[in-house]
Design a protein around this ligand. Structure first.
Ligand SMILES: Cc1cc2nc3c(=O)[nH]c(=O)nc-3n(C[C@H](O)[C@H](O)[C@H](O)COP(=O)(O)OP(=O)(O)OC[C@H]3O[C@@H](n4cnc5c(N)ncnc54)[C@H](O)[C@@H]3O)c2cc1C
Length: 438
C-alpha cells in the first residue's frame, strides 16, 4: 500500500513538473511545423550565403540552436530535429554551432555544387582565373570578421607570388570595393609593400554605410592589419565607420571613390579594370564588391527624380511629409516604421503581394500596431504606376490611386554582380554539377 502511494505521488509529481514543459514543447513544435510549411511554399528555406548545416543523425532536438540564434525564425524544431525555417535570414553569426551540445550544427556554405550563387575559389580566395580573387560577402560568407580575414589571406597569398616588375601605371593589386574586405586588403598591401589602388562606386565603408543610424553591429574579436584588434563584440554603425575612417586617414589609403567597375579583362598577364572614368591596370585583381549589387528599380516614369531613394539612413530627417515606401521585406517595413514614428508623417507602404509574409515577428507586430493606429496605410496588391513631383499613382487591381507625396523609398532588393563575374570567366559552384554530368 505504502509503495503504491509512493508510485502515485511520484507519478503526480512527474506530471506536474513535466506536463507544462511537454505542452510548451508541443505548442512550439506545432508552430515550427506550420512555419516550415509556409517557408517551403514561399521558397525562403534556401539560404543566400552561409547557413546552419544540421547533422540529423546527431541532432537531439533540444532547441538550444533555436534559442541561441540572434536572428528571428532561422531555425525551428520539427519532429524532434532542428530544421531550417527561414534560411534567407541566416547571416552566419554561428551562435547555433556554439550552442549545440552534441556538435550537430556547422555553419558554412555546404555543398557548393548545388549553389549557382557561390563562385569557386581556392583556400586563398583565388578564382579559377589566375590572379583574380573574390573576397568578403561576394564569395558567399557574410559577416565583417569573415570579410576582414579574407582580405588579409588573399593579399598574403599575392605577396608570395614571384616578384613582378610594376612599371608605370600597372599596380600590383587593384581592389574593387571599399567595404571591410576591400579596406583590409588595402591595409595588407601596405603591410606587404605591394602597390595597390582601391576603386569604389560610392565612398568607403561598404554595406556598413547603408545600416540605419545607430544600428548595433555584432562581431567577434578580429585583427585589422596594421590598425589593430576590434575587441568588442558590439559596435554601433557610427563607431565602426569611425574606425575605418581613422585607418584610411592614418595609412593614407589610395581609394578612388565614385569609380564603378564595369568589367575586368585579362590581357596576357595584366588585368585591365574598366570603369566609366577610365581603365586601370594590375597584375592581380581582388573583387570585394559585396552582394548588394545595384538596387532594383521600378522602371516607372518619374523614378529619376532626386526624391526617389533606395535606402533610408536617418528617419528623423523626415517630418510632416507624405511618404511612400515600396516593398514588403524587413528593410521596407523597418523604414515605414521608422518614418511613421516621426512627427506629422503620413506613411503609405505599397506592396505587390496581398500581405507581408517573410518579415521578422518583431516587425510584424510593430507594423500591425502602427496600421491599427492609422500611422501607416498599407496598399497591398499594388504597383507604382508613376511618380510626380507632389504625388504618386498606384495601381491596385483595376483601381488607380493618387496619393500626395514628397519622398519615395524603394526597397525592391538588389541585383548581385554575378553576370559580370561570369563574363570575367569566373566559374560558380553550380557549374561543377554540369561538368560532372557531361
Ligand atoms: C542590415 C544588415 C545588418 C548586418 N549586420 C551585421 C552584423 O551585425 N555583424 C556582421 O558581422 N555583419 C553584419 N552584416 C553583414 C556585413 O555588413 C557584410 O557581411 C560586410 O559588410 C561585407 O563586407 P564586404 O567588404 O565583403 O562587402 P560590402 O560591405 O558590401 O562592400 C562592398 C563595396 O563594394 C562596392 N562596389 C560594389 N560593386 C562595385 C562596382 N561594380 N564597382 C566599384 N565598387 C563596387 C560597394 O559600393 C561597397 O562599398 C549586416 C548586413 C546587413 C545588410
Amino acid at each position: 500500500m505504502e509503495s503504491l502511494l509512493i508510485y502515485v505521488v511520484t507519478a503526480v509529481l512527474m506530471i506536474v513538473i513535466f506536463l507544462p514543459y511537454f505542452l510548451k514543447f508541443r505548442k512550439q513544435q506545432k508552430a515550427d511545423i506550420s512555419r516550415r510549411a509556409e517557408a517551403e511554399s514561399l521558397g525562403i528555406i534556401r539560404p543566400q550565403s552561409q547557413y546552419p548545416m544540421i547533422d540529423q543523425a546527431r541532432c537531439i532536438g533540444c532547441g538550444s540552436c533555436v534559442a541561441a540564434c540572434p536572428e528571428d525564425d532561422v531555425l525551428g524544431v520539427v519532429f524532434g530535429k532542428a530544421v531550417i525555417i527561414n534560411g534567407i535570414r541566416c547571416v552566419g553569426h554561428g551562435h547555433c554551432e556554439k550552442a549545440c551540445p552534441v556538435s550537430a550544427i556547422k555553419v558554412g556554405l555546404g555543398d557548393i555544387t548545388t549553389r549557382d550563387d557561390i563562385p569557386i575559389t581556392d583556400s586563398y580566395h583565388q578564382s579559377n582565373v589566375e590572379g583574380l580573387y573574390v573576397i568578403g560577402e561576394l564569395g558567399g560568407l557574410s559577416l565583417i570578421r569573415n570579410a576582414i580575414r579574407q582580405g588579409r589571406t588573399a593579399i598574403e597569398k599575392i605577396a608570395l607570388d614571384p616578384i613582378r616588375i610594376t612599371e608605370g601605371e600597372i599596380k600590383d593589386v587593384i581592389i574593387v570595393g571599399a567595404g571591410p574586405a576591400g579596406l583590409t586588403a588595402a591595409l595588407s598591401c601596405i603591410q606587404h609593400k605591394l602597390s595597390y589602388l582601391v576603386l569604389d562606386q560610392q565612398g568607403p565603408g561598404g554595406t556598413i554605410l547603408q545600416y540605419p543610424r545607430r544600428k548595433l553591429v555584432m562581431t567577434h574579436p578580429v585583427e585589422i592589419p596594421l590598425y589593430g584588434w576590434l575587441r568588442n563584440t558590439e559596435y554601433t554603425k557610427e563607431q565602426l565607420l569611425d574606425i575605418w575612417e581613422a585607418a584610411i586617414e592614418k595609412f593614407d589609403l589610395e581609394i578612388l571613390n565614385h569609380h564603378k567597375v564595369n568589367t575586368v579583362k585579362k590581357d596576357g598577364e595584366i588585368f585591365r579594370v574598366v570603369t566609366e572614368k577610365g581603365d586601370f591596370y594590375a597584375h592581380s585583381v581582388v573583387l570585394a564588391m559585396g552582394r548588394r549589387g545595384i538596387p532594383r528599380k521600378l522602371n516607372v516614369p518619374g523614378e529619376e527624380m532626386p526624391k526617389v531613394m533606395y535606402q533610408l539612413i536617418d528617419a528623423q530627417a523626415y517630418n510632416g511629409n507624405h511618404l511612400l515606401v515600396v516593398g514588403g521585406g524587413d528593410s521596407a517595413v523597418e523604414a515605414a516604421i521608422g518614418l511613421a514614428r516621426q512627427k506629422g508623417n503620413q506613411v503609405t507602404i505599397s506592396y505587390r503581394k496581398h500581405q507581408f509574409f517573410r518579415i521578422k515577428k518583431k516587425n510584424e507586430e510593430r507594423i500591425g500596431r502602427l496600421i491599427k493606429e492609422r500611422k501607416i496605410q498599407p496598399v497591398f496588391d499594388s504597383n507604382v504606376l508613376e511618380i510626380a513631383p507632389d504625388a504618386v499613382k498606384l495601381r491596385r487591381h483595376e483601381e488607380v490611386l493618387q496619393i500626395p507625396n514628397e519622398f519615395v523609398f524603394v526597397f525592391a532588393g538588389g541585383i548581385p554582380p554575378f553576370k559580370m563575374m561570369k563574363e570575367m570567366g569566373i566559374r560558380f559552384g553550380g557549374e561543377t554539377r554540369a561538368w560532372t554530368q557531361e
